[in-house]
Design a protein around this ligand. Sequence first.
Ligand code: ADP
Length: 640
Amino acid sequence: MKHIPSYEKLLTELNNLKKFEQQLVNSEKKYRSLTENLNVGVYRNTPGAKGKFIEVNPAFLQIFGYKNKNSILGLHVSDLYETPSIRKKISDKLKTQGYLKDEEVRLKKKDDTSIICSVFASAVKNSTGKIIHYDGIIEDISERVVLRDKLIENEEKYRSIVNNSPDIIMRVDSKGTIIYINFKYAGKTPKEVIGKTIYDLMPSEFHHKAKDSLIKVIDTGKSFRYEHVGLSNDDKVVWYRNNIGPIRSNGNVIGATIIARDITERKQIDIIKNEFISSVSHELRTPLTIIQESIAQVLDGIYGELTDGQQEILSPCMEDINRLNRIINDLLDISKIESQKILINREMIDIVKLVKNVMSSFKNKVEAKNIKLKLKTSLKAIEVYVDNDRIIQVFMNLIGNAVKFSEKGKIEISIMKSENSVECIVSDTGRGIEHKDLATVFDRFHQVGKIVSTQEKGTGLGLSISKGIVNLHNGQIWVDSQINKGSQFHFTLPIYTVDEILFENIERGIVKATKKHIKLSLLIIRLNNFEEIENKFGLDKAKETTHKVLEAFQDVIAPGEFSFIKGRNEVILFSDITQKNILSIVEKLENILANFISNFSKELDIIMSYGYSIYPNDANSAKDLLQSAYKTLLIKNNYK
Ligand code: ADP
């Protein structure tokens, strides 16, 4: 007998079924509302060449420009393809792979306009493994693709500019380590150069300039330029001009871009041009001096009283001759600087005093224009190792320009000391310089803005001469300016230690001695108990004691026979005298020391010694020559 379930049991099962049906309806509703509210197209279609859409959401209709679902459900999937044959390829891929991930497909809308879509899809199989339909998500990415293509095109354009540029383009970090380089350098692949520093690509004499420029870029965020010698791709020695600018990240400068241009050809042309300028200027100078002299004599009335008419004609002539003289002097200076034939005679100079002197020579001019000229510094004095006349020339030019290009306001000269350099700023409230001209004001013959009166008219060479002089001192010069607000010309001068100065002098002396086939004698006089004297009587007295010996010594030698450097506890003297002569000099020195010490002070027990060496007899290099002199100093008798 068949078992008949009880009525209650049937009722419970029916209730369970109803509950299950309700759950299904709820779940279907949930997913339908989810797909209907999604703003990406969701679809299901059948596989095969004649595959059709079974289900699509409203966003799908919107992407393709259809109003109602039925018009899509009647279509073949391939009808939505711009090129229907592509559908087979995509469908095959889906079949073999089982899914599509971010597949970019060109489709078309109802009005036949084409769109680019990204498709994610998967093949749904039945229990026997047969594909029964494809489910997918589709998004219109046409706008994004256009933007992306533009970006790629731009990127490629710039990449090709960088790669095809005749200039070397590098990115470096704040220490100068190369992170990127656009092509081979000195026959080395970028890989071989990346990780090295820019200093590895140039001789050591340019390191100072390169380091200074990089530090300046990092500190100020501004661009700088410098020139140096390096190697070309085919290993030839060439001149580069480096333009160095900041790389920023979150507002901080984290490195620099360097564009190095081969300027060898320009340098060679410059040499020819400089020689030409130099010889023409020399040729012009003599007749000009004669004309100047003659006109001056006529104007002074030496050849008889001048009529008003004669005076009127000759006075402007004199002004023009003065201007011509200025031009010739500037031309000679610039050709000397550029051909590196300029000699700089450096000595320890107090810059504060130097500036005060230069300022006093502008007194009349600034008073006439009602401009205030002020010095702003907390330093009483600061000694820098420079060529006095040349640094005066730089200040004359910068202050002269500030006066020339200001009609009112004030000119301020600041002197500041940092750890290893002195920075001078000439700042005015004059007409300023336009931003676009800032990079070229230091170029030769470059005059920008309105021309000033003919009397004041310059040559456009002052700033390039100043730059040359500052660079010769291993300093940097740059300008900040705002049109109609004023300009600030900055320049730095490195502070050298006595040892550095000494070394440089010995090296220079050796070069000169070798060239002229003469000797170089080095004589060191040292105050041995400097510290003891300093502790007892102070630093000034200790220094004075050392330097007093020098004064006494200078009295017994011929003027100009020795040049000298004053150190802290020693004086170093140079001369081209021979060995025989140095022996007689040393004899004099011994007398002086003995005399000096006994007369100097009863309460002070000073101990001094001296040592000397001669090039090339004792040593061949600056380092060895110095060492040799120090050695004799240590074994010589001390003078008490
Ligand atoms: P010069 O003064 O002989 O014309 P410089 O080389 O000294 O030549 O200066 C070049 C140009 O730079 C000037 O002609 C002027 O246009 C501009 N310049 C220089 N200094 C200043 C300044 N302090 N204010 C405004 N412009 C300046």
